[in-house]
Design a protein around this ligand. Structure first.
Ligand code: PLP
Length: 468
């Protein structure tokens, strides 16, 4: 597709942007003498952007089973809520009591959903929530005068977990997964000591498995005085069913942009609120909004780790989450969890007739298959590319790292049975192609606007500008 610059013809501009004749303090040699904007009629500009949007793929186009990312459909009413003009205020404005009330109430809902005591909505992403959480753990031990250095992380974890731990100058220590996909308790016990700050655990983990030993795991950490952090990016299958506070979690983040209705995937703003138990509340980022005698007040705590974001985070996303929770209610939340789990298990049972299932047990919101049964050298990468020809976004591939050739599939609760069946049919057709016409797979995608990319070259020598 040609760029606007390439389509431009001099004199075709729909309107004129002249250089203004005004006095400025900008030195002469730094001032523009000409302005080379593309010149096109309005209709060409409209067509350009419409065609560009059509060559994108999103949840509004079709199934997007990108495991661990929860690419579910976000009801449009929450977009409308985020656009309410009365909320479009500068955060320093004096008229924002309604805004503060929304944040306060959302924090209360998140406490109720997770069993935590208090939340801060400041962190702007899951990884930012993790960092905030580890900073709180650090502040907790500093206050107690304890020098601890290690954070335990299961080997199935998301890559951001060890990164957040290292950023706080702690040492990430991996524990193995057991043959059933949970934490290997023996390995955990061997790695425990009074050097351990705590654990950063994902449950359900990135294999889509709920660790049935979770209470034993958190108890083991607590026995050594450590803290238990939950990477709560996978909250979708637990909504209204399980509260992490009930299985021994002291501190956690949520990904509002995954679980609570904000479109994501384009690198736009996110929100990763952090919740804590009562003892850790004084360490949450400053300032906090609290209710005193039925009045909202700002609170500054001396023990706080300080500010991690301007004001209270990305407000538009908080508004979407608030609207989502209010519009579906408690029973709606539970419905989400139940259907997310049902859809994933339905797909798992259908797919295991054609693909290898490394952990053949009930899963939560997502499932893992791998390419070990594929004939003629066909790999997970080939399958992912070919799925695009069938009109689906590929699943997460080669993650989690502990499964060779992994495909992590998260159908989400917002897909119909027909859509799930169509995806399974495509996977079955791909398996048959691998047996009969494998070259179709190794060359895929065949119908996309760009063919197979040299991903190494694209990563090492990216061409990021049109101008040469
Ligand atoms: C998405 C995800 C994260 C990171 O969240 P971001 O908002 O992308 O920073 C962390 N852990 C898990 C398990 C995730 O799925």
């Amino acid at each position: 597709m040609k760029l606007l610059n390439e389509k431009s013809k001099q004199g075709r501009s729909s309107f004129n942007v002249g250089l203004l004749d005004i006095q400025t303090n900008i030195p002469d040699d730094l001032q523009r003498t000409e302005l080379n904007l593309p010149e096109l009629p309005e209709v060409e500009v409209v067509r350009h952007y419409t065609n560009l949007s059509n060559s994108n793929f999103g949840v509004d186009n079709g199934l997007y089973p990108l495991g661990s990312c929860t690419m579910k459909y976000n009801p449009k009413i929450n977009e409308i809520a985020a656009n309410i003009s009365q909320f479009n205020l500068h955060p320093l404005s004096h008229h924002n009591r309604g805004t503060l009330e929304i944040i306060y109430q959302l924090q209360q809902y998140l406490c109720e959903i997770t069993g935590m005591h208090a939340f801060s909505t400041q962190p702007a992403a899951g990884a930012h929530g993790e960092l905030t959480g580890i900073m709180i753990m650090k502040a907790w031990f500093e206050k107690r005068g304890e020098q601890r250095t290690k954070v335990i992380i299961p080997d199935s974890c998301h890559g951001t977990n060890p990164a957040s731990v290292s950023l706080c100058r702690f040492e990430p220590v991996h524990v193995k997964s057991s043959s059933s996909g949970g934490v290997d308790l023996e390995d955990l016990r061997q790695k425990m000591s009074r050097d351990v700050v705590g654990i950063m655990i994902t449950n359900p983990n990135t294999l889509g498995i709920f660790d049935e030993n979770i209470q034993e795991i958190t108890q083991t950490i607590h026995d050594y005085g450590g803290l238990c952090y939950l990477d709560g990016a996978n909250m979708n299958p637990m909504l209204g069913v399980v509260k992490p506070g009930d299985f021994g979690i002291d501190i956690m983040h949520l990904n509002l942009h995954k679980t609570f209705s904000t479109p994501h995937g384009g690198g736009g703003p996110g929100s990763g609120p952090v919740g804590v138990v009562k003892d850790l509340e004084p360490f949450l980022p400053n300032p906090r909004i609290s209710m005193k005698k039925e009045k909202l007040e700002f609170e500054q705590s001396e023990d706080s780790i300080g500010r991690v974001h301007s004001f209270y985070g990305n407000f538009g996303i908080l508004l979407r989450a608030y609207s989502y929770i209010r519009s579906i209610g408690a029973s709606g939340l539970r419905n989400i969890a139940e259907n997310a789990v049902l859809n994933a298990n339905y797909m798992k049972e259908k797919l295991k007739k054609h693909y290898h299932l490394p952990y053949d047990r009930i899963c939560q919101h997502e499932l893992v298959i791998d390419d070990s049964l594929m004939p003629n050298g066909v790999t997970t990468n080939d399958i992912a590319k070919r799925l695009m020809d069938f009109g689906f976004h590929p699943p997460t591939i080669y993650f989690p790292l502990i499964v060779k050739g992994a495909m992590l599939i998260e159908p989400t609760e917002t897909e119909t049975k027909e859509n799930l069946d169509a995806f399974v049919d495509a996977m079955k057709a791909i398996k048959e192609e691998a047996e009969n016409e494998p070259e179709k797979l190794t060359k895929a995608p065949l119908n996309a606007s760009i063919g197979r990319l040299d991903i190494v070259r694209a990563a090492r020598k990216p061409k990021l500008t049109w101008f040469t």
